[in-house]
Write a protein that binds this ligand. Structure first.
Ligand code: HEC
Ligand code: HEC
Length: 557
């Protein structure tokens, strides 16, 4: 009975707590990777969640899956988080003639579909394929925002002839979106390892057809297994296009586009000012991994996407990456060229690089190996060499900076969510001053005022609520919630988020450690009213409360 009451109380307090605390002191928590953008309308939020369901729902042969495909839904590959990168790769194949890539389209190239709806319909890697390359699943975080970067702003960073002589000559991959008329101007590609796509809708249509085998309004014909039209005729039963509008009025490719366009940019904690970023800039990383972009301020865009500053750390340009080239020509991108990937949420990425060649170990190992792979030839060579000459301290600073990309505020232990261990770390910094972006405490300095104080504690409570903890729990009912008591120094040796010395004795109205006659007197004083003595919190002090009090008679324990 008591538990139920306090749970109910807790729930209503929680609502107040999260809405008022999330903006405590005017400071708002950054969305987590995989969450929707801030500032969406309710209609848009509904489309985000509806699209996310479509993204995760498997197709079946009856509604269009296959006949050849790589998976039955998007989420199987884009899994960390949903819409993010994944550890599954796909295979590209082709052959080569005088150094030129031939995609072997007549044999089903260049993308291999490794699965099929039945054995007879399989696509196999043909013996003619002398070139094969693996491409890892990369992520769709903040794709509405990236889509909204003006073409001209990307093109402004091109330097195809390396006029400034710095060894870096990125270029735009100009492409035509599938939804554009053939005569419309080309757009600056930005999505895919070869920047081969400019819009989210085009990528969605392409992936729906090529990864799932589902034909749609933008790609109406099926992939034939190894290019065999007769086999396709025998295997494919669903009529094309297989993608239709559902009860929302949107087709599948439109629904998954909603989801990806409304994904927020992953957090960066601390937000700015780390020495490691200065190192990053000084050794030339930022020449390709450009930190900041602003989306177009156009009325035709949703408010949540318009005129926003984002920090993806990419120039979205193609670079000759030397040995990292994959040998595959993709549109206008040649065999050596790879597009600079975004670095947000890098901290959780395993494996790294387009082919997944760097995997395992701790974050610092993977990052160091990925950077080393930028050399010894190609446009990344100079910065890879500069990295190898850094002092141990500078290297640690650079890695700490890269580790801030995707880190959730207050997530000191870096496991992706705010938990009791993080509360203990925050408590160890209580009242700390002189906190800089390089201090370990900076992860908890939400308002970036250099001290760990009230706004930060309130922020922690909001972050904890977002991750499913109950920041309103108050075991001794003294009006100070447990997390704040622990922050203030109450021991919590078992890390359960409840102070170890908590005395649960609600009937001890005079707080003398005993339930006795004095408490009955207080209760009777309040007879018929809410407040002290109303032990079941039903708004009136009455016989039920006396019974509760008598049931707890004697010393508290
Ligand atoms: C079999 C695994 C797999 C499945 C299933 C899959 N993808 Fe992908 N996705 C990838 C790979 C691999 C890449 C990188 C492709 C490339 O650059 O050539 C990618 C890239 C993307 C990108 C560009 C990401 C970037 O950072 O540039 C988008 C957008 C995308 N996929 C959307 C989808 C959608 C939508 C679906 C479902 C209709 C889907 N994917 C299904 C593996 C998959
Ligand atoms: C010439 C442009 C360029 C420069 C300079 C450059 N990078 Fe890169 N970076 C790239 C490209 C292109 C890739 C993708 C290579 C691949 O996957 O094969 C990449 C990949 C990475 C990755 C792996 C990302 C992932 O998602 O797998 C990391 C980490 C990285 N770069 C960090 C750095 C750092 C740190 C520096 C400075 C030492 C640096 N880069 C300098 C272009 C550049």
């Amino acid at each position: 009975m008591t538990t139920r009451t306090s749970l109910r109380l807790g729930a209503s307090l929680l609502v107040i707590a999260t809405s008022s605390l999330a903006s405590a002191g005017g400071v708002v928590l950054q969305p987590k990777a995989g969450a929707p953008l801030d500032g969406l309308s309710q209609v848009q939020i509904d489309r985000f969640w509806g699209g996310r369901i479509s993204y995760a729902t498997p197709f079946t042969p009856a509604n269009g899956l296959g006949p050849i495909m790589n998976k039955s839904n998007c989420q199987s590959c884009h899994s960390n988080p949903v819409g993010g990168w994944g550890s599954i790769g796909v295979t590209r194949f082709g052959t080569e003639n005088k150094g030129e890539f031939i995609p072997l389209e007549e044999l089903g190239g260049s993308l291999l579909q490794a699965l099929s709806i039945s054995d007879e319909c399989r696509e196999n890697l043909p013996p003619e394929a002398t070139v094969t390359a693996t491409r890892m699943t990369n992520s769709s975080m903040a794709f509405g925002l990236i889509e909204a970067i003006p073409d001209g702003d990307i093109a402004a960073h091109e330097d195809p002839l390396d006029a400034d002589g710095d060894g870096i000559s990125g270029r735009v991959h100009w492409v035509l979106p599938l939804e554009s008329s053939p005569t419309s101007p080309l757009r600056a590609g930005r999505f895919g390892w070869k920047a081969q796509v400019a819009t989210v809708l085009t990528f969605s249509a392409d992936a729906t057809r090529n990864e799932l085998g589902v034909t749609n309004a933008l790609i109406t014909t099926e992939n034939a297994p190894n290019g065999d039209a007769a086999l396709l005729g025998a295997c494919d039963t669903a009529a094309d296009p297989e993608d239709h509008a559902d009860e929302t009025g949107f087709t599948y490719i439109e629904r998954v586009t909603h989801f990806q366009r409304y994904l927020a940019q992953p957090p960066q904690t601390p937000k700015a000012g780390m020495t490691g970023e200065t190192v990053f800039n000084s050794i030339g990383c930022a020449k390709c991994h450009i930190a900041e972009w602003t989306t177009v301020n156009s009325k035709s865009l949703e408010g949540a996407l318009r005129g926003k500053t984002i920090r993806p750390y990419s120039d979205f340009l193609l670079h000759d990456m030397g040995f990292l080239g994959d040998g595959v020509q993709d549109g206008d991108a040649n065999e050596q060229e790879i597009r600079t990937p975004t670095l947000w949420n890098l901290r959780t990425r395993d494996p790294m690089l387009h082919n997944g060649s760097v995997s395992g170990g701790v974050f610092a190992d993977r990052v160091s190996a990925a950077i080393a792979a930028h050399g010894p030839i190609g446009e990344g060579a100079a910065s890879a060499a500069a990295f190898s000459k850094l002092t141990t301290a500078q290297r640690a600073q650079l890695i700490a900076f890269l580790d801030s990309l995707g880190r959730v505020e207050f997530d000191f232990n870096g496991n992706g969510s705010v938990d009791i261990e993080d509360l203990h770390v925050l408590a160890s910094y209580r009242g700390a001053t002189g906190v800089t972006a390089d201090s370990a405490a900076a992860i908890g300095d939400l308002d970036r005022n250099g001290t760990i104080g009230q706004v930060d504690v309130n922020g922690f409570l909001a972050a904890a609520a977002r991750d499913g903890l109950d920041p309103t729990a108050d075991c001794d009912g003294d009006g100070i919630v447990d997390f704040v008591e622990i922050y203030n120094g109450s021991p919590d040796a078992d890390f359960n988020g409840v102070p170890d010395d908590c005395v649960v004795c609600p009937a001890d109205l005079d707080h003398n450690g005993q339930v006795g006659a004095a408490d009955i007197a207080i209760l009777l004083n309040n007879w018929g009213a809410p407040g002290q003595g109303d032990l079941d919190h039903n708004g009136i002090t009455n016989a039920v409360d006396i019974a509760l009090l008598l049931g707890n008679w004697g010393p508290c324990h």
